[in-house]
Design a protein around this ligand. Structure first.
Ligand SMILES: [Fe+2]
Length: 407
């Protein structure tokens, strides 16, 4: 049961259900928590928050009778879109090619936001998340307009931008998987932030063990394995009052069989958020270029991960992941029975094994053909193999030009 009070009435022991004003303007971006100490009370008041909704069933009520309740509406239930909340405003659907244009701009601005956040951490300055949170909401809106455009684009990483774009790609994947799993909007938003900051601890470690092209020595491996805990410390010092980014940051290298690091947690010791983080981080790492690793095709990464379900990765979350990015993710190159190469350009929700593809290359003739859009549900064509586009002389960027014009 919610009561609306003035922020100066706030006391330790009250459960804050919502803070007045846009959430972005105050440090308590996860605006649901038990007020644990006077410091938090002072922070809310000094952040200029005028009014607070408290849940009197979960925490302390205001003393009656000399502290009247402020009349006024209580917030809308969480399941309805909140006009104050940019992440939950419904977005009109967009075509793939239209959304790719917007997602490209978003990636550019995101690179600047993440770059300055990372630079602050390297300089030992406190983590500033407001820009990151705006980015999470922009990613969220892009995924609402088109479920695949941002995910496909975020896989393409120019040399030198890998770290920023890995953070952004994992952010987008985590938002998308969180939605597929039906998690509440506030959790999905936290997952997005978790994606942006999950590897932030690497910024405080020496470069060599973290970005080494060859195999790490045991000492280097020991240093590398500190990055989840180092990230946890940075986030803890930023005092976000939010558990999900902390949890994902410290546990994204844990594995369900207990053979991960830093703590070797297993099974139910790992939260669903940590399991989502592990899968999204692994997928983006496998499909990205980094020192000593050529990017794998999405299909190869999916195959690799699928055989490691129940040892490295959680089965339920992986299932949601495949529903999110598709068994044949956008941009996957397939060989068809007619001996043509085709690139996946849209999923068929009802029949994920038969996506829409764009045929573009004749194998027997060793040359490109005029493109042809084929819906594998309604065609005699079938998939006979995965192909590596690079072996046929196509970059991911060229493939995108083929499939982005096809939706
Ligand atoms: Fe990591």
């Amino acid at each position: 049961m919610l009561r609306r009070i003035r922020s100066e009435q706030l006391q330790v022991g009250m459960f804050v259900a919502r803070l007045g004003g846009p959430w972005i303007n105050h440090p308590f971006w996860r605006a649901k928590f038990l007020v644990a100490n006077e410091d938090q009370v002072r922070q809310i008041q000094s952040a200029g928050v005028q009014e607070v909704w408290i849940d009197i069933l979960k925490g302390r009520n205001i003393p009656a009778p000399d502290t009247p309740e402020i009349p006024g509406p209580v917030p809308a239930p969480e399941s309805t879109p909140d006009p104050m909340d940019p992440a939950t405003v419904p977005q009109p659907a967009a075509t793939l090619d239209a959304e790719i244009v917007r997602a490209r701009e978003l990636l550019q601005s995101g690179k600047a936001v993440i770059g300055s956040m990372f630079a602050d951490i390297r300089m030992g300055r406190a983590l500033e998340v407001n820009g990151a949170l705006l980015l999470v909401d922009s990613a969220s809106r892009s995924l609402s307009r088109h479920g695949q455009a941002l995910l496909a684009l975020a896989r393409l990483k120019a040399r030198g931008d890998e770290n920023y774009l890995h953070a952004f790609a994992v952010c987008a994947l985590m938002i998308a998987v969180g939605r597929t799993l039906g998690l509440p909007d506030d959790e999905v938003r936290e997952l997005g932030l978790a994606g942006l900051v999950h590897d932030i601890g690497k910024l405080t470690l020496p470069d060599t063990p973290v970005h080494k092209a060859s195999e790490r020595t045991p000492d280097e491996e020991e240093i590398y394995r500190r990055h989840p805990s180092a990230g946890y410390r940075i986030l803890n010092e930023a005092r976000l009052y939010s558990n999900i980014p902390l949890d994902v940051c410290v546990h994204h290298h844990e594995r369900v069989d207990g053979r991960g690091f830093p703590y070797g947690l297993a099974g139910s010791e790992l939260s669903v958020h940590a399991r989502i983080g592990a899968i999204c981080d692994a997928y983006d790492s496998l499909t990205s270029s980094r020192p000593g690793h050529q990017p794998w095709s999405p299909a190869r990464a999916m195959e690799y991960m699928a055989v490691r379900v129940d040892t490295l990765f959680d089965r339920r979350v992986f299932k949601a992941f495949t529903r999110t990015v598709g068994i044949y993710p956008l941009g996957t190159v397939l060989r068809l029975r007619s001996n043509r190469l085709a690139v996946v350009c849209a999923q068929n929700e009802a029949d994920p094994l038969r996506p829409k593809v764009m045929a573009f290359y004749s194998v027997p003739q060793s040359r490109p053909t005029p493109t042809e859009l084929i819906d594998l549900r309604h065609s005699g064509e079938t998939v006979v193999a995965f192909e590596n586009a690079a072996e046929w002389g196509y970059s991911e960027q060229q493939l995108m030009e083929i499939y982005a014009g096809s939706a």
